[in-house]
Design a protein around this ligand. Sequence first.
Ligand code: SAM
Length: 585
Amino acid sequence: MDASRTSSVEQDNEVVLNLFRAAWYEYFSWEPLHCSEKISSVRAHHILDRDARLAVLNALEDDILANTEESDGARDTDTALSFTYYDLSSSHEPEHRHIRPEVVPAADTLSAPYPIYESCTPINANILHGDDPNYLPFIPFADDATFDYRDYVYDHKGLAWQEGYRDSDVLAIVLETARRLHRDHGISMEAIDRTGILPLTLCTTSVWGAIWTEKMRASGPPLPDVSPPAADDLKTRLQDYMTLWCPRMDCLQGHCFTHATEQYHLDFDTPAVPGIRRFKLLSAKTSCGDDCADEVKWSGAEIDELKVAVIASSFSFKRKKTKATDSKQSIQPSDTAHPRHLYGSEQPPGFIPNKPCNHPGICVHNSDCACADNAAHCSRSCACSTLCARRWEGCKCTVLLVKQKLHKRGPLHVTVNPCSTDLCPCRRAKRECDPEVCAPCPKDSNCRNMQLQRGVPKLVQAKQSKHGLGLFLAETVNAGDLIIEYVGELIYEATFHSRNELSRHLRRNYVFGLNDQISVDSIRAGNPARFINHASSRRANVEVFILLVNGEQRIGVYAKKQMAPGTELFLDYGPEFPISDEERR
Ligand SMILES: C[S@@+](CC[C@H](N)C(=O)[O-])C[C@H]1O[C@@H](n2cnc3c(N)ncnc32)[C@H](O)[C@@H]1O
């Protein structure tokens, strides 16, 4: 290295170090003040202890009873619950408001009053969380002396702020330093990384870079993008895009956490076998002439268009005509029979889906195929084609069923969608129909076994009920309608145990077992399905089914009968849930 280059590297190092130091001190002199201001801005007007809150609820109930008897409807607002309302979007003085809860149950029916604050991140699909024990982002109920946090902390390997990668303070400082280095000194992100001075890597190489992490959080001012691969480097650019988008055809989110480990790696070296792999570029030696994709110099804008085209085409949810079975790729007799014979047409109890298979060649036992190893069917997310013999064959429910119902004016004939009955092989196998391989349902009849994929839930409302909050219908539903999907964090066994400590403390449990290894927990992240309360099977008006949807298990909550808006939903949690004698009767 020549002397001028050495001195420029040294200069860069010094600038990076100085700016990092400055950002660090600036951040920590700003943070305590900022935090105390934020906390005091959300301070409750009156903070009541449990007994005081129950007394208020009792008083309110008396007040509401008295007021509902008033004929002119005039209400005395003095006794109503009051709070200070802060509108963060305006600079107006905080206003003092009175509210009157719609329904306040008697105090002794509140099994576990909510703490002063509680949060749950809204999500609309399961997110893979895995295990808590690696790190603890914060100590829960830190200001609640009745929570024995020691046991809970010891379930974890460490605290998040002891790991730079997880510490959001360090992340903010590093990114701010990078921003200033780029803006004021024109130093590129790659050059900053090369100094090795910042505690986090900015660009994604073998580990996720800080810029990627920041983009996922979608907060803060935009950072200069890491320069993309050269416009004519098609292979690297394609691989780059593949890492940004979830490869699961019914997920496809940018920066998807749940399927992050399933990144599609383009295989540029193995010669292509038509019809088996989705992406296959020929190597330069076997290039097929001027029209070959490998030879075309694509601009950045063209590649952007390609990305949109790929995503748009994979959203087409038209059900295709079923393929004749003899067109399936042939599997040699020694590779075992059709997978159906391995476990019949139904998933065995406790079945755990595997990651989509992704290997060269057709799916056979000795091709290191995850589906073959798991005696599972291949799905749309696997790298093999729809013609793979291991693929679920789909159903051919093409004829409407006519059922006879008894009616007081005589027998009534009603038509029934075949996929809503156990005559449908997909339904019997506890899988949703797959639009790629199942035959289309009869004309003018919506498939009833694709409700989770369609993802159109019913209108619901969470409000006060006998057992804390409950979930109520806000529109009419018919028997068999999907009301909502139960979603949350997908957690493993160890985390299931550590989360139990939180549930015990709250006296509320939000965990739903998915299979022998994974549970769905909506204590921290979920949707309104988390508010469905328990009732005995006789009184329960909804039921849940765990269905395999494109290789993933999902929990659907379905109506057991027709119900009107305003009905509270009840699910039978199962024999292990402790209930009162009154409810047992
Ligand atoms: C999934 S949460 C249901 C929503 C909960 N009520 C809330 O306010 O968030 C399950 C918890 O609700 C309470 N719960 C639900 N049904 C109940 C019942 N029939 N009797 C007593 N508690 C019930 C229990 O604390 C249970 O662990």
